[in-house]
Design a binder for this molecule. Structure first.
Ligand SMILES: NC(=O)c1ccc[n+]([C@@H]2O[C@H](COP(=O)([O-])OP(=O)(O)OC[C@H]3O[C@@H](n4cnc5c(N)ncnc54)[C@H](OP(=O)(O)O)[C@@H]3O)[C@@H](O)[C@H]2O)c1
Length: 288
């Protein structure tokens, strides 16, 4: 790790929900040089460009927030998701290995089968049930096969600025007095993207290696319907606007019935960074 500038951090996918939160937080620290790259500046599916970019920039770390995250689009046609979430990650891992750059990458509970009744641990078996989950699993495997200088953070159901998400959609609909349909029979952990960004930066600064689970603390998990009712409470709208349905009624790509991640490993390393999901949601909706 010789010619790399440890104060320089390269962020790919910088216009996404996690990418922009990472860049905003990094820029608060004036001692760092942040190279924020959107898809136009660096398409991670282009192996040659990725290797050139890392070789030219020689950052101390890469935080890869680039991904194709549309689960239903991936189900209809997995090729683009595989190109970005699989081979794109491979390209970054190859460049990171070549120039000995630390690489932080993100994944999700969709790599698990979703039939557990207790939170998934970092080392549990993978069995993705959706094409999106397969594409994320492919990226995880390629990364691990190529370069060991990585931290991989799996996270929960994200919301935040920069992309259409369930929390913003539900809040807008409820504020307009419209009904919100939400499943009551799948369970996960709503997570503020800014909190995930803080976790990723802290783990990267510590050069933590291997696999971590991070989400806001939702205990044994909450359903989208519970999440929507909490949004109704926080926006002062009646909970009766939330229509609880079955996941199967939504006729979309399969989601894990159970998507809660065990947080103990992260908590042991960084106690204090995990907030309760209701606190994070309340702060987000009040704009604080
Ligand atoms: N969203 C969730 O609920 C969730 C949950 C757990 C984990 N994660 C993981 O967290 C990470 C970030 O997710 P996110 O929600 O922030 O995603 P996002 O909002 O969809 O942002 C992804 C960004 O990646 C860019 N991108 C797409 N293809 C690219 C390419 N070929 N090269 C470079 N950039 C490309 C997109 O740009 P364009 O818009 O221009 O295509 C977009 O700005 C992903 O690894 C995701 O799997 C997400």
């Amino acid at each position: 790790m010789t010619d790399n500038n440890s104060d320089k951090i390269m962020v790919t996918g910088c216009r996404g929900m996690v990418g922009r939160a990472v860049v905003d937080l990094l820029r608060l620290d004036g001692d760092r040089e942040v190279v924020a790259l959107d898809r136009q500046a660096l398409d991670i599916t282009d192996e040659k460009r990725v290797v050139e970019a890392v070789g030219d920039l020689r950052p101390g770390a890469i935080i890869n927030a680039a991904a194709r995250t549309d689960i239903d689009a991936a189900e209809a046609d997995v090729h683009v998701a595989l190109a970005v979430n699989g081979r794109g990650v491979r390209n970054l891992a190859l460049a990171a290995e070549r120039y000995h750059v630390f690489l932080c990458h993100f994944s999700c509970a969709e790599v698990f089968e979703g039939k557990s009744s207790t939170p998934y641990r970092e080392w549990d078996d993978h069995w993705p049930r959706s094409r999106y989950g397969e594409s994320k699993d492919a990226g995880e495997k390629m990364l691990a096969a190529i370069w060991d200088g990585f931290v991989l953070i799996r996270s929960g159901w994200l919301y935040g600025a920069g992309r259409d998400n369930f929390v913003d959609r539900a809040a807008a609909a409820l504020r307009a007095g419209e009904k919100v349909r939400a499943a009551g029979d799948i369970i996960g952990a709503p997570t503020y993207a800014g909190d995930l960004a803080a976790a990723a930066i802290t783990l990267s600064d510590a050069r933590a290696r291997g696999y971590y689970h991070f989400s806001n603390d939702a205990g044994d998990g909450v359903s989208p319907a519970e999440l929507a009712r909490e949004i109704a409470r926080l926006t002062g709208m009646p909970e009766t606007l939330v229509e609880e349905v079955r996941e199967a009624d939504l006729e979309r790509a399969p989601r894990p019935a159970y998507a809660v991640l065990r947080l103990e490993k992260f908590r042991e390393m960084l106690p204090g960074l995990v907030r309760p999901w209701r606190d994070a949601l309340a702060a987000y909706l009040s704009g604080s």
